[in-house]
Design a protein around this ligand. Structure first.
Ligand code: FES
Length: 442
């Protein structure tokens, strides 16, 4: 017969074979939380096994599914699903009603993360001199400019497997590797380089519109952090805690001093040495860091690494690309994303997110602003051609009267007929653990 030592109760009880920890607790009047009644649905019976983990049964499929979704450490078990073959010491993790309220996963779509320690890449970026730029802009312009800038940056970060952790006015913080993505250290650099390129593309527009130069600085550090969902109710969000976060922020700030755009720490450099082009390096003291450290200024990726494609998972000839958190779009609203060289338009309709190539097959015009009707068709806003949202097949070709009229002219007929009935490229979408995946076939 196994023995369980319960903490913080500091009491021990015998646990017969095939009897769960939860049942043993109940029979011995331990007030063990079990919001779902021991059905393996709420996770409030969670315990941390401090000694004797090897004496616990292997998690059942049901338990493992919940533990995986919570990113729970191996020592965490659901008491209602765990039986024993030997002695253990455990700590109950949910002790009162208040704990139950925020730990129960019943009815929650997104379970969040309970807290884990991991080595990841942390990226900070900041717009140079934005305070003085913003002093000369109207409030509307400030928000418009930041949103335009962020929509590009976020897309780049997410399609390279990163996660946005926080926005701080004109600065953002992102992480790479929280889900153990392969080569995340290199994807963090790739994202940073693409961000700088995107800013270069935006510069003429910003100069024309607002009369200002526009530069950003990026700092990346690879280090250990605690990752968890922190905050109450709807404000709970993924948060990183640890010195590595402060260091990444300081590295980003050092760009000003060294007149650079992309600096990375030595820890990060050692992991990407083979893949990056180094423009320069500096030895410096950073605020809050005891010793002098070396920072590397990165100018690009080397050879084959420049061809690095966005990561995907191949399933039945479909490449599923992770495109970040499901965008919070209003009904009918759209968002543009980029996967490698594809421009993709996401549109929300009836709680689903549809994805299309952002190019009408008729004239190659951008489809943003086109709507999906109740018959499951997307209507190209330019010439009113309607396409099935599932297959992309044409339902009604060129409803536009002018196009129909032009077909009477011989010179236009050939062009129009050549493209007639060309389907729209439609991509599959699915949602997995709060992440949007876009599937590209072939
Ligand atoms: S009591 Fe709900 S999961 Fe164990």
């Amino acid at each position: 017969m196994a023995n369980i030592h319960f903490l913080p109760d500091d009491k021990s009880f015998e646990c017969p074979e095939n009897i769960t920890i939860l049942k043993t607790a109940k029979e011995n009047n331990i007030a063990h939380a079990n919001a779902c009644g021991g059905k393996g649905k709420c996770s409030t019976c969670r315990v941390l096994v401090l000694k004797g983990l090897e004496n616990c049964n292997k998690p059942t499929e049901k338990e493992q599914k919940i533990l995986d979704k919570l990113h729970a450490p191996a020592e965490m078990r659901l008491a209602c699903q765990t039986t024993l073959s030997g002695d253990i010491t455990l700590r109950r993790l949910v002790l009162n009603d208040e704990d139950i309220e925020f730990t129960s996963i019943m009815g929650k779509k997104d379970f969040g993360r309970l807290g884990e320690s991991k080595t990841i890449a942390i990226l900070f970026s900041d717009i140079r001199g934005f305070t003085s730029i913003s002093e000369q802009l109207l409030p509307y312009d400030i928000v418009f400019l930041l949103n335009r800038y962020y929509s590009k940056m976020v897309n780049i970060i997410e399609t390279n497997g990163g996660h946005i952790i926080n926005y701080m006015g004109d600065g953002l913080m992102a992480s790479f590797g929280i889900n153990d993505e392969e080569s995340f250290e290199i994807y963090a650099i790739k994202a940073a380089i693409e961000m700088l390129d995107a800013v270069d593309e935006m510069k003429p527009y910003i100069k024309t519109m607002y009369g200002h130069d526009f530069e950003i600085g990026i700092g990346i550090h690879l280090g250990e952090v605690v990752i968890g969902n922190i905050g109450a109710g709807k404000t709970s969000r993924l948060t990183l805690v640890g010195d590595a976060v402060n260091l990444a922020s300081r590295i980003e700030s050092a760009n000003k001093e060294f007149n650079s755009s992309l600096l990375i720490s030595e820890e990060h450099y050692k992991r990407v040495e083979e893949a990056v082009e180094v423009k320069d390096f500096v030895r410096t003291n950073l605020k809050g860091v005891k010793d002098r450290i070396t920072l590397y200024e990165i100018s690009g990726l080397k050879g084959a690494y420049t061809e690095l494609q966005t990561e995907f998972v191949l399933e039945d000839n479909v490449r599923w690309y992770k495109c970040g958190e499901v965008p919070q779009l209003d009904e009918g609203a759209y968002k543009e994303i980029k996967i490698d060289d594809r421009n993709i338009l996401l549109i929300k309709k009836l709680e689903r997110i549809f994805a299309f190539e952002d190019k009408c097959p008729h004239m190659g015009l951008k489809l943003r602003g086109s709507k999906i009707n109740d018959k499951g068709e997307i209507i190209c806003k330019w010439h009113q051609t309607s396409f099935c949202v599932e297959s992309g097949d044409v339902r009604n070709w060129c409803g536009n009267k002018i196009i129909q009229m032009m077909k009477n002219f011989e010179f236009a007929q050939n062009v129009i007929n050549a493209t007639e009935q060309t389907p729209l490229v439609v991509y599959k979408t699915k949602i997995d653990q709060g992440q949007l995946l876009v599937g590209i076939t072939g």
